[in-house]
Write a protein that binds this ligand. Structure first.
Ligand code: AMP
Length: 560
């Protein structure tokens, strides 16, 4: 049966196994990523039992990359990208060079020809988009300066890899030929120029045509009022542009999707577009890790322990020390340098593509590919650990900074710094309801702390000098960081009563006496929120009705 449905069985077995092992990993306090990778190893050809279709798994992973990069583009404007170019371009170039040289050195020790070492080194030099973005998103860092630098860096690496993939076949002859004398320069120069020309043509096309057509299309669909069509439009645009970019301009899927998102980021519909892609994006990102796991032969750990160790050390330390040095050299603080280093201390999808190309061009021995694959899985597994160390370091740093810092601090980090406020009002959501409430409270001199998960609104609140935490109030540690237990009251002003219920229950667990007022739209929601511990629940529709009755009672309608 499963032979006839390789796509379905790959998706289903992949997701189910990833779910089981991811949950187990979480249970034993390891990153779920490790579980997803293990699911891949179990489904791969090197372990007994079911073997999934690798090509299908790779393509599914590619969809994950497209949706992720589209999401990043939605938070990124052209201005953001240009603002980090001064560090991202030289940073990425130097770091790629250092890592490549280290890889070539190791290749030399292992007795490979120079071409093999070059492919090996390049494969070690480029970080995985998915791993990097997942780490930044988990820590809500994408919108911070450090996050922007890391993403800009990633884009430069991506471009460098697009160039490498095009150049490698042209260079293979020269690298394989012993002397390489008499190499025709135009054989190298032409592909470079053509590729750069195509990338430039794509960017110009997107800025001139895409910038007009895509937002217009999305606005048009939004006005039809059909949620389904809007959702479809978002997927059609992200996947369509990525695919079109790859077919027509030979640009990577990731780069195409990033530009599609970036063009939409100026539209006020970008937030909605981002939330529409979230669930699918997460599912496909999981399949990405499964597909990586499938490539790896676990026996290599016993077969080649020392070369593998050296490979892992280059990925983890070689690259990150180089990146750290460059970022510091540009005058950025240690925290920024460490975040970039931790982000880059892993390799992923581009490395796989590169090594398979290297092997097929007879540049790289099979052994080199196996080392890169195993190095990838180990570095991806270790990556969350580096971020945990970074968090610990930054927490200490934060404590020092907090003493003199004012409220205009950037996006909060994990672990969240706890507020100094007490006897304040904690307000969840700063939309139509929350902003009216907070204005009135502030006017009356009450101190307010807002929790809001829309970055745009949080930025505005920062500017207005309001203390605010960015993120989902239902997320762990959020309510503690807002010192709900020491507050005089909690106002849950978000429209989703299910999420509201989770928040209320968490707050009630922190304090039995805290007055909690929540927002609802139906009788069932009122019951739900009260059941979880809300003292008072206000139903918007009832209040609208009361106000309407009051209006007609005053005779306002007759005189209007
Ligand atoms: P409105 O319905 O216009 O009052 O908007 C509700 C606001 O609450 C929006 O700005 C949302 O971004 C925000 N919001 C919704 N859910 C959450 C949540 N779980 N945590 C924090 N903010 C939220």
């Amino acid at each position: 049966m499963s032979h006839n449905t390789p796509l379905i069985s790959t998706v289903v077995v992949g997701l189910v196994l990833a779910f089981i092992l991811g949950t187990l990993a979480h249970r034993i306090r390891v990153s779920p990523l490790v579980g997803y990778l293990m699911a891949g190893v179990l489904m791969g050809p090197f372990t007994p039992g079911y073997v999934a279709n690798q090509n299908i798994a790779n393509e599914l992973a590619e969809i994950g990359i497209i949706l992720l990069m589209f999401g990043v583009g939605l938070h990124f404007s052209m201005k953001d990208l240009l603002s980090v170019r001064k560090i991202a371009i030289p940073g990425a170039v130097v770091q790629i060079t250092v890592a490549t040289l280290l890889g070539m050195g190791l290749g030399h020790l292992l007795g490979w020809p120079i071409g093999g070492g070059l492919v090996f080194g390049l494969a070690l030099s480029v970080a995985s988009t998915v791993v990097l973005l997942r780490a930044l998103q988990e820590r809500r860092l994408v919108d911070s300066e450090r996050g922007r630098i890391a993403v800009g860096w990633l884009i430069v690496e991506d471009l460098a890899m697009v160039l490498t993939l095009v150049l490698l076949p042209a260079l293979a002859g020269i690298l394989n030929g012993e002397a390489g004398q008499g190499a025709d320069l135009s054989a190298i120069a032409m592909p470079v120029l053509v590729t750069l020309g195509k990338v430039a043509a794509f960017v110009v096309f997107m800025l001139v045509v895409g910038r007009r057509v895509i937002p217009w299309l999305l606005h048009y669909v939004a006005h039809t009022g059909s949620r389904e069509l809007f959702r479809l439009a978002v997927f059609a645009i992200s996947l369509g542009v990525a695919f079109g970019a790859a077919i027509l301009f030979d640009v990577s899927f990731a780069l195409g999707a990033f530009f599609a998102g970036m063009i939409l980021s100026e539209s006020e519909l970008s937030q909605r577009a981002a939330s529409e892609t979230l669930p699918l994006r997460d599912a496909f990102a999981v399949l990405f890790f499964v597909s990586v796991g499938m490539l790896v032969d676990p026996a290599i750990v016993l077969r080649e322990p020392l070369p593998l160790l050296a490979t892992v050390l280059i990925i983890i330390f070689g690259k990150s020390i180089a990146a750290f040095g460059i970022v510091r050299l540009f005058g950025y603080p240690t925290s920024t340098a460490l975040t970039i280093s931790a982000s880059l201390a892993q390799i992923g999808e581009f490395s796989f593509i590169l090594v398979s190309l290297g092997v097929s061009l007879a540049l790289l021995p099979d052994r080199g590919r196996d080392l890169v694959l195993a190095g990838a899985i180990i570095s991806i597994m270790l990556n969350p650990m580096f971020f945990a160390l970074l968090d610990r370091f930054l927490a200490k740093d934060d404590a020092k900074v907090a003493a003199k810092a004012t409220a205009d601090k950037a996006v909060p980090r994990v672990p969240l710094p706890e507020t100094q406020l007490s006897n304040h009002v904690v307000l969840i959501g700063h939309g139509r309801v929350g902003k009216v409430v907070s204005a009135a409270l502030r006017q009356s001199g009450t101190s307010v702390l807002v929790i809001e998960d829309s970055p745009g609104l949080v930025e505005q609140l920062h500017k207005d000098g309001v203390e605010v935490l960015l993120g989902n109030a239902a997320a762990p540690d959020m309510l503690q960081a807002a010192n709900v237990a020491g507050a005089r009251g909690l106002l849950v002003a978000i429209p989703d009563a299910f999420e509201g219920g989770q928040i209320v229950a968490k707050a009630r667990a922190l304090s039995a006496t805290l007055p909690i007022i929540a927002r609802a739209h139906s009788e069932e929601e009122i019951a739900h929120l009260k059941h979880h511990g809300a003292n008072v629940v206000i139903m918007g529709e009832q209040e609208i009705a009361k106000a309407m009755i009051a209006q007609i009672g005053t005779g306002a309608v007759a005189t209007a």
